[in-house]
Design a protein around this ligand. Structure first.
Ligand code: COA
Length: 259
């Protein structure tokens, strides 16, 4: 049913595993389409009570959007990519009436960090690393990262991480409030499942209302997301984005010119 995901439903918990480990589970068009379908399943299948999103393998949760799909994009295409992803996947996760938790089992970079942040909360394995390295490519986050990172960890640290492109480890992510627990990798899924079992024992309609109310409290101006989509698209009309994405794929350091 899914080209790029493994799914399993056990005891009401639907585990969605992004399965492109040789490409660090990067989010290409197929993964975005599959995640959209999987979220429809979460919404519509009464047997699913809660969901987990995780990555295959031991290295990566998701190392970002698939950079190889960026090389032919121009402004409009960039904005369309961001808008489609946000509406089909990221907003759907955030607004899901059933709890969706990220089990961050390794690199959560760019779109991967954004995917984790669209979940209701996050647990990480000790080797997890978080970051928004888009500036290294001449880009900015486009799947809601400028908004959700700022909501989760505040303006100053969010600015620093998005300007430097630096990665932070799981313990720093925990102290910033980006993740709730850090556990050894082998204990990650069992710990998430234990929490979800507890949540499943509570009144489901009340849980849905918690999600709705907490989302409302954290809501930024919807124009923040729209502004991000527009600015993300604009990046693709710059020479620096061509240089940055080209340099990544050619495995060399980019030279940016501010053009
Ligand atoms: N898009 C497309 N391909 C990606 C990718 C991405 N976001 N992230 C990793 N890959 C691919 C690599 O190109 C490589 O492919 P290859 O084996 O065909 O050459 C493969 O995944 C393994 O990655 P590699 O870079 O060799 O692993 P590493 O352990 O040296 O480094 C990372 C891991 C995550 C630090 C590094 O892959 C990275 O920086 N990825 C990009 C992160 C990023 O900028 N994300 C934001 C995108 S908007």
């Amino acid at each position: 049913m899914y080209q790029t995901l493994l799914t399993e439903l056990q005891d009401g918990i639907f585990t969605i595993t992004i399965n492109r480990p040789d490409k660090m589970n990067a989010l290409n068009k197929d993964v975005i389409a599959d995640l959209g379908k999987a979220m429809d399943e979460v919404y519509n299948n009464a047997e699913i009570k809660t969901a987990i999103i995780t990555g295959a393998g031991e290295k990566a949760f998701v190392a970002g959007a698939d950079i190889s799909e960026f090389t032919s994009l121009r402004g409009d295409g960039g904005a369309d990519l961001a808008r489609l992803g946000q509406s089909k996947v990221f907003d759907k996760i955030e607004n899901s009436p059933k709890p969706v938790v990220a089990a961050v089992n390794g690199f959560a970079l760019g779109g991967g960090c954004e995917l984790a942040m669209s979940c209701h909360f996050r647990l990480a394995s000790e080797n997890a690393k978080f970051g928004q390295p888009e500036v290294n490519l001449g880009l900015i986050p486009g799947y809601g990262g400028t908004q959700r990172l700022t909501q989760l960890i505040g303006k100053g640290k969010s600015m620093e991480l998005m300007m430097t492109g630096d990665m932070i480890g799981a313990d720093d992510a925990k102290s910033l409030g980006l993740v709730n627990y850090v556990v050894p990798q082998a204990e990650l899924l069992p710990k998430v499942k234990e929490l979800l079992q507890k949540i499943q024992s509570k009144a489901p309609l009340a849980i849905t209302k918690v999600i709705s109310c907490v989302n409302e409290a954290a809501k930024s101006d919807p124009n923040g997301f729209e502004n991000e989509i527009k600015r993300f698209g604009e990046c693709f009309d710059t020479e620096d984005a061509k240089e940055g994405t080209g340099a990544f794929l050619e495995k060399r350091k980019p030279v940016f010119k501010g053009k």
